[in-house]
Design a protein around this ligand. Structure first.
Ligand SMILES: [Fe+2]
Length: 436
């Protein structure tokens, strides 16, 4: 549910409340499924890059308490003494296991207590009120998307844990042979960002007009087979393809293939949620850093697209295929953990943009060449720590969501960001090149 204006128009505020309640129930079911494990699994830190799973679990409840209960409901803090433990800015991930966190049982009890009161607030609140937190149910969109984002983070933690048997798999449509591998996007002005998507974050606003010269963009994300050519061509051993910081990072960390890949003779294997399997050639490559994506692009005689080029290729709609909500098992994209992997190249022809660019939404987050910067006219809402403190030349923008991203937490204007060395996220890329 991303365009709530449509929902409001069709069903009125009561219908909207029912839909919010259903989405809240669904996201909580998801969070509880990912933390349905023994206590050791939940309290252990599987990587210094990630929080213990039990931190994520209580944090989503604490966030819901801060925004829905206190800000909108005017309710007194339930457990004021734990607030600081779950403040993502106060405690970096690597320090979180040493905090006196709520244990798994206590965390479940706390978040369910919060949720009960949240449903009371939802029942009472006027979603047509003019204030921006209430209007259109924005605050509920905020906490829903936040919890789904943490669910995706929890999946990345589960993948890092390498423990088998924790993640269900599902069916995906087959791939299709590629038509022309690149699509030409003609020069011209397009509208970037949004003023109208009801639950869009501050960093997606305001909509603004941008002129781009003509360019070519890959029709589909770069596949494992294509990436393997770079590996086999000695791409990781040739500094010509790398930015100096990227080369230094790869050397220092012994990086010579995507994360989770190992070579056995002539065969490349990967570990996926504790299962070892041959690297499937036709899936988009994932678990590569921005530096690796950038080096591949240079080796291929191309470059990464800017985020403006990526967004323009979507064709100016909420989704590349139009306005229809992707849903969990939609025919347009591989989202919402329908399977625990990207779909093969060409699997979603109906999801193509008007330009014919495929798999922009779902499968893998796509690294772009752009730093995470505010749009002209940016206004911080509702708090600085969501976007504003991250702007600058530290984080690269990722677009489009992955197979692990819930449909409610992605659209063509959605912006994600991370350090250029990060590879535990479900990220891949496609390439672009300027007109000659
Ligand atoms: Fe958070």
């Amino acid at each position: 549910m991303t365009d709530l204006d449509a929902v409001l128009g069709n069903a009125g505020p009561t219908g909207l409340k029912e839909r919010i309640a259903a989405e809240l129930a669904a996201v909580r079911e998801r969070s509880l499924a990912y933390t349905d494990a023994d206590d050791d699994m939940l309290v252990r830190q599987h990587s210094p890059l990630m929080s213990p799973l039990v931190w994520d679990l209580a944090h989503v409840g604490n966030y819901e308490e801060l925004w829905v209960l206190r800000e909108v409901g005017g309710i007194e803090p339930l457990r004021p003494e734990i607030d600081h433990l779950y403040d993502a800015v106060k405690h970096p991930r690597k320090d979180r296991p040493s905090l006196p966190l709520l244990g798994p049982a206590e965390a479940r009890k706390y978040i369910s207590g919060v949720r009960g009161r949240v449903l009371d607030v939802l029942d009472q609140v006027d979603l047509a009120a003019p204030d921006p937190l209430r209007s259109g149910g924005y605050v509920f969109g905020l906490v829903l998307q936040h919890e789904h984002q943490h669910d995706e983070t929890m999946l990345a933690t589960l993948q890092l844990s390498r423990r088998p048997g924790l993640v269900r798999d599902g069916e995906l449509p087959p791939g299709r042979p590629a038509a022309e591998p690149e699509v030409h996007i003609p020069a011209g002005v397009f509208t970037m960002g949004t003023d109208t998507v009801a639950w869009a974050y501050d960093n997606e606003r305001p909509a603004h007009r941008i002129y781009l010269p003509g360019y070519w963009i890959d029709r589909r994300p770069v596949t494992n087979a294509a990436y393997l050519e770079f590996v086999e061509d000695g791409g990781y051993r040739d500094p010509r393809w790398w930015l100096p910081q990227g080369w230094e990072w790869a050397e220092r960390n012994g990086v010579e293939a995507p994360l989770y890949w190992t070579r056995d003779g002539d065969t490349w294997w990967r570990v996926r949620f504790g299962r070892e399997e041959p690297v499937p050639p036709d899936e988009p490559v994932q678990h590569v850093s921005w530096y690796e994506a950038d080096a591949y692009a240079r080796w291929a005689g191309k470059r990464l697209p800017t985020e403006a080029e990526w967004e323009k290729a979507c064709g100016g709609r909420t989704y590349p295929w139009g306005e229809a909500d992707p849903g969990h098992l939609g025919r347009w994209a591989n989202l919402g953990h329908r399977a625990a992997r990207p779909s093969p190249a060409g699997a979603f022809p109906d999801g193509a943009s008007p330009y014919g660019v495929e798999q922009l939404i779902g499968d893998v987050w796509e690294w772009t060449d752009s730093w995470f910067q505010p749009y002209p006219g940016y206004r911080c809402f509702p708090y600085e720590e969501y976007s504003k403190v991250f702007f600058g030349e530290t984080y690269r923008v990722l677009r489009g969501g992955s197979w692990a991203t819930h449909p409610s937490a992605v659209r063509t204007t959605f912006r994600n960001w991370d350090y250029p060395i990060r590879r535990q996220i479900f990220a891949g890329f496609r390439c672009a090149r300027s007109e000659e």
